[in-house]
Every structure is written in structure tokens, then in C-alpha cells.
Design a binder for this molecule. Sequence first.
Ligand SMILES: [Zn+2]
Ligand SMILES: [Zn+2]
Length: 426
Amino acid sequence: MSASHDELDSRAQATTAQVVRWRRHLHQHPELSNREVHTAALIADELTSLGLDEVRRGVAGYGVVGVLRGGLPGDRVIALRADIDALPVPDLCGVPFASHVVDQNYPGGPFPVSHACGHDCHTAMLLGAATVLAGMREKLPGTVLFVFQPAEEGPPVGEKGGAREMLAEGALDDPEPTMAFGFHVTPYPKGYIGYRVGNQFGASCLIKIGITGQQVHGSTPWMGIDPLPAAGAILTGIGQIYRQVSAFDPVTVSIGHVEDVGRFNIIGQSVTLWGTIRCSVEADMGEVQQRVRTLAENSAQAYNCSATVEFLQDVPAVHNEQAWMDAALPTFRRVAGDERVVPTGATLGYDDVSEFVNKYGGLYVTLGVQDAELNAEGMPVPVAGGRGLFMNHNPHFYADDDTLVTGVRLHAQVAYDHLTGVIVPK
Ligand SMILES: [Zn+2]
Ligand SMILES: [Zn+2]
């Protein structure tokens, strides 16, 4: 551990109160994907006040990219990424700064809005890291990009957005990163860093199945075509698709929303099913999509209906290479402590940080933020007297303020170690 590492940590410690303030403000004022107007303005204003070399606003909607050029010669460029959007989930996490926001105008809404995925923490922690690194710019050999990404949770259907759109707009073309890094807060013991070599998160896509029949009065179904039995057959069939793919590489297909335009005495013209496919192995995605399509089209036909099947918002798997992980583990252990850096299982969640990590190389890990401990099997369990364990996207999901500084240190130390040639695949 060098003097610079010490300085990074002490500067991170000094940001604690401000990072908590940012986090609480963002938590209380969450904004849904592609509507992060005030969140982006706060980020851009703070980055500007830090005196960064460049602050790019309005990237792919409400994305912000801050550019910090170090004072020492160096070709490496680290992209630190935080996602900034919230979810259409009520806030039941029980803190005084809970959200009471309702978005009246969002497509499909109105929705209660909350940071049930913890992106308020990601945003505040990356602002903290920007404060730390800007304060040490004369000692940095290379460039840091602070990438604040909108619409990680997926933009409304029909809108573009997220990581892929940021790349398409060339937001990271100059200078191009030599490493991308990010992490996600999780229901894991506070201050623990979880890592996985291979696929950390699965490949994902959104399914939209439109089934069309012929509208008719509910008393005379034979005079029309009822699309609901076809929808039921598709729903049942989808529950079997995982059995057609190797059980050693998990796949899930779920329909979460059924949209019907009928009424109790009107058989509607159409039904729309919305769902998601998750594959632990990316190569399975094409086959699963084909099976969903075949199932939907043929089930619809069996009930005299027609079906259209669309796969939208595909997100590639988040893949961590062994060589990158080997290079970074000593840094993770220095930040969290040896015993708090633990390998974790794969999940079928998704994160479009994969667009950055796949393109530039780098890593994505998890950071525990809840009152938990690991049991003998290494699984997180609640601690007595704590607030319990709640998954991301649950209305009760919470993240304790006292882990925020660990996230600031993690970003800053990884950035410094990449720029100085410590975290590079060998
Ligand atoms: Zn999420
Ligand atoms: Zn998230």
C-alpha cells in the first residue's frame, strides 16, 4: 500500500458526509428510466464544480460523462460506471428519506417511483470517487471517465436508451477506455465484495407477444374469436421451455404482465403478453427465442388466433475474465479486507454494464449493503436485530449509508491501480 493509496482512502473518508447527503437526496427524488432529468442535472453540476476537464451532458437522453485528465503522462483510460435510474416500485424501506414520488405521465403508469435497485447509492458513490480523484489529479497517469448511465432498468418500449445508446452516440470514443469498471449493491453482508469469474449476470431480453382474435359480446363467443385461451396455452407452455435446454445452464422464461383490452362481458380483440427471457449462457438465447416463437405462433393458431412475437431490449451477459479478476483481487482485498472478498454464484439478473465491459475489457462485482452474515455454506442470512435481507427491486430493499464510503474507495482504488498498470490482464 503506497502513500497514494493512503491518500485515496483518506480523501474518500472525507467525502462521507457529502456522499450520504447526495444519496439521501437522490433516494428521495427518484426518476424512472429515460426521465432522469433532475438526477442528471445534479450530477453534471457537481462534476462541473469539481473542475473536470469536460462534462458531457445529454448523452443518450440523460446520461452524463465526466472526463478527468491526470497530471502525469499515461495512456490508460478507466471508465467508472454508475447507473442512475429508479424503478416503478413503492418505497417501503422505512427510512426518513423514503420516496413519495409518483410519476403520473410514464407510459403504462402512473407509477410509484423508488430506488429499489440502489442506483442512488451507485450515483452518490461515483460522485464521491470523482471528488477523490479530482483532488489527486496531479498524481494520476492517464484519464478517468465518470460514466453516469441512464435507463439501466430498460427504457419504455419504443424508446432507445441505456449503455448501448451511449456507445452508439460515441460518448466513450475519445479517449477510448482501456478498462470499464462498476459494481452493484446487493443483499449481502455490509462491506463485502462478491465476485465471479465467468458470467456474473445472465443474458436477457424482453418478450412481447401479441395475440389477435375477434372482438365479440361475452354471451356469444362463437360469433367471434377469443384470444384468451390462446394466451393461457402460451403461458402454460412457456413454463415448460426451461426443460428443453440443458439443466446445467439455467434458463428462465417468465411472463410478468398480461394486457387485455376486454371487459367482463366483452371478449377483447387482442391480448398482449409481456415477459423476459434470462439465459446463464448467452449461446442459449437464440434457441430459447425460437422455441418461444414456435410455441406462441402455433398455440395461437390452435385457437384460431394469430400471434406476433417480438424480442426487444436484449442485454448481453456480464462476463468477468479470469485474467482481469486475478489482476484486481489484491485491490479488492485491500479495500474490503481479505476475508470480505468472496466468490459468489451467478445470477439471472441482468445489467447492461456488459456493453462497456465486453467492449473495453474490465470487471463488474457486487458490494454488500445489508444487515447480513454468511452462514456455514457461504450464503447470506439476516443478523439478529438487523433490518433483514431484501432483494433488489423489492419494495423493502435497503442499503445502509455506512457502506457508501466503501464504494467510493473501491472506485477510486480500482481507477488508480488501473492507471498505474497494476490492474491489467497479464
Ligand atoms: Zn435493477
Ligand atoms: Zn440495478
